[in-house]
Design a protein around this ligand. Sequence first.
Ligand code: ZN
Ligand code: ZN
Length: 208
Amino acid sequence: MKLNCKKCGNEIYLLHLTEEQKFEIWGMVKQDLKLFAIKKIVDDFGLSHKEAKIIVSHINPDYGTCNRCENDELDSENIECIKCGAFNFNFKEPVFNSEFCSHLEYKLDFDSLGMENVVGYWCDGVDCYPYDLKSLSKERIKKDKMIVTRAWIGKGGQGIYEMNIKFGKQSINNYINGLSLIDCIPDGAHKTWIKIEPEKNKIQISLK
Ligand SMILES: [Zn+2]
Ligand SMILES: [Zn+2]
C-alpha cells in the first residue's frame, strides 16, 4: 500500500514490518545509521534506494513527535500530523530504553561485591541499543530471556564490557506488557544479581 505525504508530496510505501524488523530499522535510525536502515529496507522489501530513503526520512526520531514540526501529540504508529500534514512512522521505543539503562548504571555498586579486583570500579553507561537489535522484540525476550549489550566499566569507567542482562519472571512479564523495567532491578545489600569478570570484560546482570 502507498500513500502521499501531504507535507512533502512524496509517495510512501507502507511496509508490513515484523516486530524484529521494526526494532532493527528504528534502532539504526536512532543510532544515526540511516544508510544501514535504507539498505535493510532495500534488501528486505526490494524497494529502490530512493523509495527506502523516503521511508526512512519519515521515521520520527522520538515517539509522539512529528518529524517535520513541533507537534508532540502523535499517538499511533502510522499517522499523519494534524498540524503540518507530514506522514510519520511513529515507532514506540521498547521498555529496554535509555531511562532504564541509566537507572541500571547507577545501581551498579562494585565496591559492595566483596571482590578486591573491582574496588573503585564504576559504570559510565549501559548501551540501550543491544548488539542484536532483533533481541528487543517481545517474542525474542520470551524465548531467550536476555539482552546482550555494551557497558562502560572500570576505574575510569571506560573499559568496554559485554553485558548480559538476564530476564526473570517479573521483567519478562513487564517487557511483554510494555511496563517499565526499572522496578525489576534488584535492590539490597546482597549484590548476587551482579556477576563481573574483569579479566574477560564481561558482566552479567539478573533482573527480577
Ligand atoms: Zn513527507
Ligand atoms: Zn507535523
